[in-house]
Design a protein around this ligand. Structure first.
Ligand code: SAH
Length: 217
């Protein structure tokens, strides 16, 4: 089936996905609209496109996965809970799917990915979708992007062992870090830079790929 063909037949499966996300507590209209409007099938291999509106993670090559829609929606909803973040740092942009969702919800995104071919593929996809408020860089997210800091939101799609202090330093006052942390057992955490300092909340148990130091060509 052609990509376009899948796009047509997927209308119903897309609606089913939206319904499923609503049943799981995703209620924010903007988030649901973003998921409805971004064609997830364009971010996976054609051979897997027929599964792109299932609520599962899918392989994108290089041992990495495209995040599960529920997780993308959950993190986006957390990100928007205190209003629309202006400047966002995304770590581990992978296929660019979550980046495309976020691009609908915030003003400006700086995104970092450590695997070069994924950066190139994501850049092409974002261009195809005419998304223009994203700057995507090949680099190590564990260092953040000091030259662009501070950020209202830092969001990671890969898990370091613990919260890297260097990322907290790049938060704007009132800003938030949403990140999976841990090894075997991971927790999604949210750190808020409040007037009293950094306040950490545990959101839920999650399962992301590890955040790995350094870059690959
Ligand atoms: N949200 C992405 C998920 C990609 S999986 C999507 O929708 O496709 C997580 C990504 O984090 C992988 O592509 C992996 O290469 C990347 N990653 C892991 N460690 C990283 C690091 N230190 N810096 C940047 N990216 C990293």
């Amino acid at each position: 089936m052609s990509q376009q063909g899948i796009g047509m037949t997927s209308q119903r499966t897309r609606e089913r996905l939206i319904q499923r996300l609503m049943d799981q507590g995703i209620t924010q209209f903007e988030v649901l609209e973003a998921i409805r409007s971004v064609p997830r099938h364009l971010f996976v291999d054609e051979a897997l496109a027929h599964r792109s509106y299932e609520d599962t993670a899918l392989p994108i090559g290089y041992g990495q996965t495209l995040s599960q829609p529920y997780m993308v929606a959950r993190m986006s909803q957390l990100a928007l809970a205190q209003g629309r973040p202006k400047k966002v740092l995304e770590l581990g942009s992978g296929s660019g799917y979550q980046t495309a969702i976020l691009a609908n919800l915030v003003d400006e995104i700086c995104a970092i990915e450590r695997i070069k071919p994924l950066v190139e593929r994501a850049r092409r996809q974002l261009r195809t979708l005419r998304i223009r408020n994203v700057r995507l860089r090949h680099g190590d997210g564990l260092e953040g992007w000091p030259g662009e800091a501070p950020f209202d939101l830092i969001l990671g799609a890969a898990a370091p062992e613990r919260v890297p202090p260097i990322l907290l330093e790049q938060l704007a006052p009132g800003g938030r870090l949403i990140l999976p942390v841990g090894g075997e057992q991971q927790q999604l955490i949210m750190v808020t830079y409040s007037p009293d300092g950094f306040v950490e909340e545990i959101i839920e148990t999650v399962n992301f790929v590890p955040m790995v130091k350094g870059v690959t060509r």
